[in-house]
Design a protein around this ligand. Structure first.
Ligand code: MTE
Ligand code: MO
Length: 412
């Protein structure tokens, strides 16, 4: 018997054809704007449209229709450490996303520098290999790009191009071992099912070193928060690379190729490069910088229950809370400061759901009198001892923002 039943999740071939059709017409002709969300961006107008017109998605902030770029509304992050599937952000490079995936005929191919090519059906994959479950944050390299100053081109995300889920799947290593990786292999390349929309456009593919690919935590997931992956988050399979930016988390994964020489495809060699400097930080206009592929994530922490300008009570204890993550390791501590970063108080941490996931934090603030302004900063230190900085980083792609966040509260 299947330990995981796609049909029980309502994801039969028929519902995919009907419910999750991504034909441009449906989406382009009648976008049903559900309302507006106030999320000011640096230098921007502040109001961003939301939409409910995407399959299997609730209310999302609309960045772009085709290919879909949908941001998670910020309030979602206050509700719990796991981001619900129907509000998990969405990002695709090419609009040539299939309208449906036939779960009966779908095959995952493992080929290249291997002893025996594999072509696995979903049920073979699920039945034959040990099941692995782990929590991990999926964060776009360009999350928070909209706050870069000077501004940079690319999707103007606020902080919602990230999400935390419990992923269920099989170890990539187990798949590679079933195929038998041959000596001389250096990288493993992953490709999804979607197609470029321009002639000769590069198919979306990313690679990992062979050692990274064999890591315990790298999995090919078939479920997210206990359900089949939403279509737009990569149904039926996606790569999970805990601790690394989401660009490596290839969706609709159908092709795994073991390479005996470094991958020189566009998406690995030319795109997603960062300055090889601490925090990927350079001065605007700086030239002749050595560039390297983006890789591990850095620590971040956020306020989730209050925004700047919010009123809190004078002479009373006010809860200030949020979420944090360590990046490529766990959260060691979260601290807040109400004196501009002079003194830091250790915040309380919520349950540890796994070192790669979100961690809740909370603290209490008691302003002495009505009218007091309280500026609160929050910072996370990860278990590698890496801490967020007070100075925002800058690079021309708007990658890897992790500056200390600040909110200004007023006692009323
Ligand atoms: N097949 C495929 N996988 C992909 C991409 C893509 O364009 N195609 N984009 C990557 C990037 S840049 C990001 S940020 C994440 C977004 O994952 P999500 O849409 O599930 O949130 O998917 C990654 N995997
Ligand atoms: Mo991304």
């Amino acid at each position: 018997m299947n330990p995981f039943n796609f049909e029980k999740c309502g994801l039969t071939r028929r519902t995919l054809l009907g419910g999750a059709a991504l034909g441009g017409a449906t989406i382009l002709s009648a976008p049903a704007w559900a309302g507006m969300v106030d999320l000011p961006l640096y230098g921007g107008g502040g109001e961003r449209e939301t939409t409910t017109s995407f399959p299997q998605k609730g209310e999302m902030i609309l960045q772009r229709t085709r290919p879909p770029l949908l941001e998670t509304p910020w309030e979602t992050f206050d509700k719990g450490v796991f981001t619900p599937n129907d509000q998990f952000y969405v990002r695709w490079h090419w609009a040539g996303i299939p309208d449906s995936v036939n779960v009966d005929t779908f095959r995952l191919k493992v080929h290249g520098n291997v002893q025996q090519e594999l072509s696995l059906s979903l049920s073979e994959l699920i039945q034959k290999l040990p099941k692995i479950e782990l929590a991990a944050v999926n964060q776009c390299s360009g999350n928070s790009r909209g706050f870069f100053n000077p501004r940079v081109p690319g999707a103007q995300w606020a902080n919602g191009a990230m999400g935390n889920a419990k992923w269920t799947g099989v170890r990539l290593r187990d798949l590679l071992d079933s195929a038998g990786v041959k000596a001389g292999s250096v990288q493993v390349r992953f490709a999804g099912l979607e197609k470029p929309v321009i002639d000769g456009g590069p198919h979306f593919m990313k690679s990992l070193s062979i050692d990274h690919a064999r890591d315990d935590d790298v999995i090919v997931a078939y479920a997210m928060n206990g359900e089949a992956l939403p279509f737009l988050n990569g149904f039926p399979l996606r790569l999970i690379v805990p601790g690394w930016y989401a660009t490596y988390w290839v969706k609709m994964l159908a092709d795994i190729e073991v390479l005996d020489k470094p991958d020189d495809n566009f998406w690995t060699k030319k795109a997603y490069l960062i300055p090889d400097t601490p925090g990927a930080n350079i001065k605007p206009g700086e030239k002749d910088v050595k560039m390297v592929p983006i890789n591990r994530m850095v620590p971040r922490s956020f306020f989730t229950n209050l925004v700047s300008g919010a009123h809190i009570k004078a002479s009373a204890s006010n809860e200030v809370r949020g979420i944090a993550f360590g990046g490529d390791c766990g959260v060691a501590k979260v601290e807040t400061s109400i004196d501009g970063g002079g003194n830091w108080q250790v915040a309380q941490l919520g349950p540890d759901e796994g070192k790669f996931g979100f961690r809740r934090w909370s603290t209490a603030i008691t302003p002495s009198k009505v009218g007091d302004g309280v500026s609160v900063k929050v910072r996370c230190t990860n278990t590698n001892g890496e801490v967020q900085s007070d100075t925002p980083n800058w690079n021309p792609s708007g990658f890897m923002r992790n500056v200390i966040e600040v909110i200004d509260l007023v006692a009323a």
